[in-house]
Ligand binder design. Sequence first.
Ligand SMILES: C[S@@+](CC[C@H](N)C(=O)[O-])C[C@H]1O[C@@H](n2cnc3c(N)ncnc32)[C@H](O)[C@@H]1O
Length: 256
Amino acid sequence: MTISEVIQNKYGPQTAHGYDRLAYNCFWAYKEAFEAAAYSLYAFSRPTEEATRNILDVGAGTGNGSIAITQKFNELEIQMDQFQTQFSFTLFDQSSSMLNKAIEKLQGKNTKKIVNPIELLSESVSSEFDFVFSSYFFHNLNLPQKNLFIDSVFKVTKKGGSFILIDRFLIDEKNLFGSPAYLKAYTIKFYNDAKVSSPKIQFKDVQDEIQKNFEFENDTPSNLLDTMTMLQDSGFEVSCPFVSFGIGVIHAFKPD
Ligand SMILES: C[S@@+](CC[C@H](N)C(=O)[O-])C[C@H]1O[C@@H](n2cnc3c(N)ncnc32)[C@H](O)[C@@H]1O
């Protein structure tokens, strides 16, 4: 599966089928960003009387963020000689194909799926969540939607809870995504993976495809610092535990 196939298939059955392999093999720091999120979440989280912590994952896709972060969180608890937290998941995505994969992978866990446009987030979800996750989804939203999304997330996050936002971000004013060297570095993983199924594929072809993806009109990555300020303005305490090659993890903690 290639990036343009993902876009053409609009996260339909074909994307749902090939997505995990593409993400883990080709996306820069995919695993590492989830790991940084888990460490930060663990460090900030307060002891709870509740048996289960509720998670909302917006743009959950095939559930990789929810699965990777909570597994690592439980591993950290074991390392620190603590009981393992139980989690329940509410997964929010417009694609039922992607969500069905997530439900399949989270089998046996308390899982609920919501297929709805983002505008309905605040109406669809009434309960409060200990942790809200959103990975590689935010850049799909335009600025008014981003503001609405952040306000909705603030409302549904419990006091003492956290919102983890992972995405591609513009890191400085130079807009790294527009630079040829950056594009080359970013493309290498995709190229190595593409060579396995198409040994004759040219680096330039893969690079052009990634470039097209960066220029995709619905793709609007935000500046990292601006996003942190937006979250702060809505009432969160904000930190950034991970940045690498335009991938950033923002941890937004909701104080009492
Ligand atoms: C790149 S995938 C990320 C999936 C997963 N969070 C991860 O970390 O791999 C983006 C997901 O956002 C969903 N999505 C995009 N725009 C959306 C919208 N406006 N409302 C709800 N979901 C949306 C897509 O269906 C897709 O599953």
